[in-house]
Every structure is written in structure tokens, then in C-alpha cells.
Design a protein around this ligand. Structure first.
Ligand code: USQ
Length: 378
């Protein structure tokens, strides 16, 4: 957004850096301090970005003060605990995820309403709110048109939120967010877009390629690493590709470059005040996990290992998802292709000495929490 000429203020409590220490799983790529990142961005782009250290979930007065002084045109809300496995570690992590995500989202909405901010809120949601079985149907964008039989024999059309079927606590919070958005869009006429994003892969965007100090995180650990990036890192590490169960799960994917394009497209196309929440499926394509493992294995020669699935999820599922809105807005998504896969493997190889191999296995079980001792969150 800064590259496009917008004035940007970041509010961050640096939770992700603390969690990386808690898990002893630093980003594979070295992440510079926020000051160094912002100074580098200023050098390469000429643009200033302000940073405010703020816990939006627990410091409502400061959040309110910040929004009252900046009065932004738009708020991009990326401040939720985003990892499904991390949210399932144990009761403490479930409590943390619910507390952080629900309070953070509600505080932003309450502040927007209290200050009568005419800002457009763009929220990072997830495909996980739908559950993953589509039984051959194409999952629509957020809403379902239904008809209810009335007592008079007539059929009453209704538009309802697509039934939520979260499979973990992180996705439960994002399902609950939907009701908060629906309420504030109706009651306070807030303008809200919820991006139901798929699994992100890749590391670099056009901007992060400009300087090594701007590189994105590369998470490969069992909690925060998403499946394709994990496979690419495992290939670089000479580790077998860890396919859960039969690898029959079909999921939606999007390259990291497209995630930022989509946020920009959403910001350029806000709903009007009084409109329902705009829900956009932010995905490029769907793939079955074992097919991805085979693709990475063909590309790199890595072995594939089928491991017991620690999650409660369907062994096999079909998934078809509409991404009509983003395509209608002109997005031509990046599809899996060797060039970007190779770039990711090259990055993994470049930084492989930073990896903690003990963090590779996925240890969080959906039924019994984590299998190893971990420190409690302060
Ligand atoms: N999987 C493996 N091997 C691995 C890691 C994962 O087989 O080493 C499988 C999982 O069992 C699952 C699939 O790959 O069936 C996807 O797992 P993932 O960890 O890449 O993604 P997921 O847990 O679904 O969640 C991630 C983020 C979450 C985001 C979601 C988008 O943690 O924040 O909401 O991607 S989506 O899945 O489209 O809802």
C-alpha cells in the first residue's frame, strides 16, 4: 500500500516474534528489526511508514486514540493469531487465540463505531470457516441463497451466511468474527470486507525483493508452516516430505504476491455504507496435498513420507470454490509453476543453516494437544 502511494501506519504488538521464540522456531529467513525494515523501505521507495507498538486486543483506549488521530480511510486487520495448529496446542493456546482474535476484532469495530470513522475495514479471514467438503458444489462467496417454506405454502427467499464449519480454534474465531461484522455493518453501517483466504505459499513479493532486509517470514515449523512451504523447505533440508494421512485433503491455495494484490483490489472496491459485509474468497486454485508432495518430489528428488495425521479432518475431500469477485476485479492469479517453486526452494537452501530441525515435525494433535513440553504463554 505504501508503494502505491498510500500513507501507512502500522499497529503491531510483535506477538509473532515472541511466539517464534516460544516455539524455538525462528523464521527460516532472517527478519530484521522493524526499525531496520522501515528505514530500508524509506531508502528503496522514498516512503515513510509509521509504527506504533500496540496490543489492539487489550488496549482499547490507545487503539481509540490512534484511530482518532490518524482517522484512516481504511484499516487492514491482520492482527489475529493465524495458525490452526498453534490454536490447538492446549487449553492455554485456545484461550490465547480466542482472547486475542475476538477482542482484537471487536475492539476495532467498537472504535470505528464510537469514532464514527468512515473507514473501510478489510479483514484477513479464512477458507476454513466453510469447512473443506464441497461434495462437488462450488462454495459461493460467503452467502447462500435459500428458500424457506412458509406456513401459507409460499417459499420465502433468504440470504444467509454460508454455514460455518470450523475445524480448529483459529477458524472458530474467524467464524465468530463473521457475526460481529454482520452486526456492525447492520447497526453502524460500517463498511467491511472479509477476505476468506486460502493457504499461502511463496516468500517474496515485488517489494520484499527490493532489499534483503525486507524479506518476508518463511515459517516451516509444524505450527506456523503451511503445507506447500513446508514441503519446499523439507526438500531443501533433505527431510522427507511429511504428508498427513493419505494426503487426500484438497485445499485452496494462493501465492503470497497475490495476497497483497487482493488486499489492494479489495481496498479499491469498498462496499457502500449500509451494504452487507462483502465476502471475497481469496484463492487461486485448489490442490490435493499428496499431489503437491508428488510435484515437489519430482522437482527436487525429495522422498515422501506418509505420517499419522495428528488432525481431525476428512481423510479425503473434494473442494471447489468460487473466486469470481477477484477475477471480476481483474486478478489473474499466479498458479503453481516451477519458477516460483524454485525461487522458494532457493531461499530455503540459502538459509537452511538457520533451521531448527526439531521444529519440523507437526506435533500438535487435534484430540490431545501437543506432544512435547512447551513453556506457557506469560
Ligand atoms: N499437511 C500435511 N503435511 C504437513 C502440513 C500439513 O499433510 O506437513 C496437511 C494438513 O493435514 C492439511 C493441509 O495439509 O490437510 C493444510 O494444512 P496447512 O497447515 O497448510 O493449512 P491449515 O492448517 O488449513 O491452515 C493454514 C493456516 C490458517 C489459514 C489456512 C487457510 O494455519 O491460518 O486460515 O491455512 S485454509 O486452510 O484455506 O483455511
Amino acid at each position: 500500500m505504501s508503494a502505491l502511494g498510500h500513507e501507512v501506519v502500522i499497529a503491531d504488538n510483535f506477538a509473532r516474534r515472541r511466539i517464534a521464540e516460544e516455539l524455538d522456531a525462528p523464521s527460516l529467513t532472517p527478519i530484521a528489526s522493524i526499525d531496520e525494515r522501515l528505514n530500508t523501505w524509506k531508502d528503496v521507495s522514498g516512503h515513510d511508514i509509521d509504527i506504533v507498538e500496540l496490543d489492539i486486543a487489550h488496549d482499547y483506549p490507545e487503539l481509540r486514540r490512534l484511530l482518532a488521530s490518524v482517522r484512516p480511510d481504511a484499516i487492514v486487520h491482520f492482527a489475529e493469531q493465524r495458525a490452526a495448529p498453534y490454536s490447538m496446542r492446549d487449553a492455554a493456546h485456545k484461550v490465547y487465540t480466542v482472547d486475542n482474535n475476538i477482542n482484537g476484532t471487536h475492539n476495532v469495530l467498537a472504535a470505528m463505531a464510537e469514532l464514527r470513522l468512515d473507514a473501510h475495514l478489510v479483514h484477513l479471514g479464512t477458507m476454513g470457516v466453510y469447512g473443506y467438503g464441497s461434495d462437488g458444489l462450488e462454495i459461493p462467496e460467503g452467502y447462500l441463497d435459500i428458500n424457506i417454506d412458509g406456513p401459507d405454502g409460499a417459499r420465502y427467499p433468504r440470504k444467509i451466511l454460508y454455514p460455518s464449519r470450523p475445524g480448529n480454534i483459529c477458524h472458530l474465531t474467524k467464524s465468530m468474527d463473521q457475526l460481529m461484522f454482520q452486526f456492525y455493518a447492520g447497526n453502524d453501517h460500517l463498511r467491511i470486507t472479509d477476505l476468506h483466504q486460502g493457504i499461502v505459499w511463496g516468500t517474496q513479493t515485488e517489494e520484499t525483493r527490493l532489499d534483503p532486509a525486507l524479506i518476508n517470514r518463511f515459517d516451516y515449523d509444524g505450527d506456523f508452516g503451511t503445507v506447500l512451504n513446508r514441503f519446499l523447505m523439507q526438500a531443501a533440508a533433505g527431510h522427507p516430505l511429511t504428508v498427513n494421512g493419505t494426503g487426500g485433503q484438497t485445499r485452496a491455495f494462493i501465492n503470497i504476491q497475490d495476497t497483497v494484490r487482493c488486499v489492494a483490489l479489495a481496498l479499491d472496491n469498498p462496499p457502500a455504507a449500509g451494504d452487507p459485509v462483502r465476502i471475497i474468497n481469496q484463492i487461486a486454485e485448489t490442490h490435493r496435498v499428496r499431489d503437491l508432495a508428488e510435484l515437489v518430489s519430482r522437482l527436487t528428488g525429495a522422498e515422501i513420507e506418509y505420517v499419522d495425521n495428528p488432525r481431525s479432518e476428512a481423510a479425503e475431500n473434494e473442494l471447489a470454490v468460487s473466486n469470481a469477485t477477484l477475477r471480476g476485479l481483474g486478478l489473474e492469479p499466479i498458479l503453481l509453476r516451477d519458477a516460483l517453486l524454485t525461487e522458494t526452494v532457493d531461499i530455503a537452501l540459502r538459509f537452511i543453516e538457520r533451521a531448527n530441525f526439531d521444529a519440523i515435525p507437526a506435533t500438535v494433535s487435534w484430540s490431545g494437544g501437543v506432544e512435547r513440553e512447551i513453556p506457557q504463554i506469560e
